[in-house]
Design a protein around this ligand. Structure first.
Ligand SMILES: [Zn+2]
Length: 697
């Protein structure tokens, strides 16, 4: 579990471009002297370095032209720069490449080292924070690096010598590239955008506004009343939309008496949030009682909050004025400002799919639809219905009753763990041993363990890679005064999984420009793989085959749900691009319609009810810039990796082999790892096997 959002807000991560797309222009390159200078240099450099270099010369000139602005200099400056920095022979090109590879590793590694140190007081269990610690923690020393590199022209050296590529080109030709060609492509991508600071600021501001709106969107559950004035939920319970509301629906399956009534009430609340018929006055307000069915609002008849209701409180059921969609529109309008500076991926949709995910949108859509329209959906739905003993209702899209009951009690597990790991150092010392139990050879286990430093975390824990080979990865884990508890251990094994991946994919890779994994779903899948075996590390028996089968069905159902939600997210972004001048109320109506249409197509046949709007409830839709499709893709990747481990048997060797592939495209990585591109088959196969298993076939 890492903060993944930031990845998408850094504009320099990836890029798309081909020299064939000569018509592409940037907003600042209409310099009247540029064309003549390019023609002159083309002839001059070709004469100097030979016809064999002509294609590279043309490409380099074009790539520099795209990003060159008035402030970078006049014709003479441009020409001098190109003459001095074009690497016209292989030896110079090799040296140029090598310099960038070594020095960018130093830059990334040391900047990361600084920000890690600056965050230590905030991240680690080291006592109270001073106000200044928060400022240090919020400071990003890499924030201006890209601007600096354009200003001092190092970015132009890269653009002059190494190829920008489109996703299409990487997918078509990438499998035949050498590793060096891949490293060159990744190097050029770092400099494929030159987004002005004020645009980045506007994007960050819109994200922060949306985040704040979401963070305060609480529902006071004790104040939900039915027609008879009854309160189903306990006093003080305050649930954040949508995460807590959804998790309460899941927890309510265990409440035999009131569970169903509670779940129906929450569904009603969620629908009112999506349609914005929710009274403005009930949001995060314990001063009123609300009947979400009749939509009646009254002064609260009970008090369960320390803050008394304001005396001038106006009791009204006036609806929230489409604020939810105003926030979403805000993120869209901000993201759109970057479009002209991203000539090769000129929409946020393109940047998400072609650059961040590197899987074309059309293929992602096909993968989602493959899950949504699988015949397994109605079979699993039938099984859920049988287990519930009633027809499905729309909120059952969050059914989680497949999860097996824990074999060991929390107290039992806590006792075992705290005895074994009383301190963070005790865990650190045991890492080689843990890794051997997880399937790594003693030699590799020691090597990886030597590259991990364990720190006691203030929060629940996280993993931080090294970013340069002279540094070590950090594992942050929570240790109570009474020793580590089971939850802390479970998270520590997950975070350690990230550290193992980070160590292999940085220290053992052939090119540091290819360090890492294709995207966050891959590192999460590898971390979860190790986390799933944590009981074995403690010497306890792992879940039996039937429990595993139920767990798979749980994952399948969750993937079905989040695939539908993702299609809504994608369609809404397309709608916004098609209607850039829309008002919030229009976006509200469009989103409601998209949610209904998606439901009617993929869920209504299973749930027997039409026009449900629940698929529009996710908070990520409002402030996460088209992030949701990462979840279903992550599930699919997880099953592919797990399936390969099952086949190969040797977890340690396979883990290392996979991690050393580095950040090529997801499909190339997956073909190398499993023989097949990223897709839904492994998940669907596992679900089918599991269904047969639990039905005794
Ligand atoms: Zn994680």
């Amino acid at each position: 579990m890492r903060a993944l959002l930031f990845v998408f807000l850094i504009p320099a991560l990836a890029a798309v471009f081909t020299s064939a797309q000569e018509h592409l222009t940037s907003p600042a390159n209409n310099l009247d002297w540029m064309k003549a200078s390019m023609v002159k240099l083309d002839q001059e450099l070709t004469a100097k370095y030979g016809e064999a270099q002509h294609e590279r010369i043309k490409r380099g000139l074009h790539q520099v032209m795209i990003y060159w602005r008035v402030q970078d200099g006049d014709a003479a400056a441009f020409e001098d720069f190109v003459r001095a920095n074009f690497a016209g022979d292989q030896a110079t090109l090799d040296k140029t490449f090598g310099r960038f590879e070594v020095l960018l590793e130093q830059l990334d590694g040391h900047l990361h080292e600084i920000s890690r140190s600056f965050r230590d007081q905030a991240d680690l269990d080291r006592g109270p924070l001073l106000p200044l610690d928060r400022i240090f923690a919020g400071y990003d020393p890499s924030a201006h690096v890209l601007d600096d590199f354009f200003e001092n022209k190092l970015a132009f050296v890269v653009l002059l010598n190494f190829p920008l590529t489109t996703l299409d080109k990487r997918l078509r030709e990438g499998p035949r590239w050498t590793r060096r060609q891949w490293a060159e492509a990744r190097l050029a991508e770092r400099f494929s955008k030159r987004i002005p600071a004020d645009v980045n600021l506007a994007i960050a501001q819109a994200a922060a506004d949306g985040e704040q709106y979401i963070a305060q969107y609480n529902i006071w559950m004790h104040h939900l009343v039915d027609d008879k004035g009854q309160r189903l939920f306990p006093a003080k319970l305050r649930l954040l939309s949508h995460w807590n509301l959804r998790d309460e629906i899941k927890a309510d399956y265990a409440d035999k008496q009131n569970g169903l009534a509670k779940q129906r009430t929450i569904q009603q609340v969620m629908e009112r949030i999506v349609t914005q018929t929710i009274p403005q006055s009930v949001v995060d307000n314990p001063g009123v009682d609300w009947n979400p069915f009749s939509n009646e609002v009254k002064p609260a008849a009970v008090q369960d909050s320390d803050t008394p209701a304001p005396t001038d409180q106006r009791i009204s059921n006036a609806p929230e004025p489409a604020t939810r969609y105003k926030m979403l529109l805000g993120t869209f309008l901000a993201a759109k400002k970057a479009d002209p500076y991203s000539p090769t991926a000129p929409t946020l949709i393109a940047r998400r799919f072609d650059e961040d995910r590197e899987i074309p949108e059309k293929r992602v859509e096909e993968m989602l639809v493959q899950v949504l329209s699988s015949p397994l959906v109605s079979k699993v739905a039938q099984l859920i219905q049988t287990r519930l003993g009633r027809p499905l209702e729309p909120f059952d899209i969050w059914y989680d009753g497949f999860l097996p009951r824990a074999k060991y009690s929390p107290a039992e597990l806590d006792a075992i763990v705290s005895k074994r790991y009383p301190t963070a150092e005790a865990y650190q010392k045991d890492i080689p041993n843990i890794l051997v139990k997880l399937g790594f050879s003693p030699e590799k286990a020691k090597y990886v363990a030597d590259n991990i430093i364990v720190d006691p975390a203030r929060g629940s824990g996280h993993a931080m890679g090294a970013e340069m080979r002279s540094e070590k990865a950090h594992l942050r884990t929570r240790v109570e005064a009474s020793g580590m508890n089971y939850k802390g251990f479970n998270i520590a094994v997950h975070e350690m999984g990230h550290n193992v991946e980070q160590t292999f994919s940085l220290n053992e890779i052939d090119h540091t420009l290819l360090a890492g994994v294709p995207n966050s779903a891959f590192t999460e899948a590898l971390a979860m793989l190790l986390q799933g075996h944590d009981l074995e590390v403690l010497g306890l028996s792992s879940p039996d085959e039937t429990s595993e089968a139920y767990r798979t069905l749980n994952d399948f159902w969750a993937t079905y749900e989040i695939s539908a939600v993702s299609l809504v997210d994608m369609a809404v972004w397309h709608w916004m691009y098609d209607h850039p001048d829309a008002a919030p109320a229009q976006l509200r109506d469009a989103t409601v319609q998209i949610a209904k249409d998606t439901w009617n197509r993929y869920c209504a046949p299973v749930f027997g009810k039409k026009d449900v709007v629940l698929l529009g409830i996710y908070s990520h839709m409002i402030d996460y810039f088209l992030y949701l499709p990462d979840y279903p893709i992550g599930h699919m990747i997880g099953f592919q990796i797990e399936e390969q481990m099952r086949k190969a048997g040797k977890v340690g060797d396979e883990f290392e082999r996979m991690a050393k592939e580095g950040s090529v495209t997801p499909d190339m990585w997956m073909i190398n790892a499993t023989g097949k591109p990223v897709g839904a088959e492994a998940l669907l196969d596992a679900a089918e096997r599991s269904l047969a298993k639990v039905q005794g076939k």
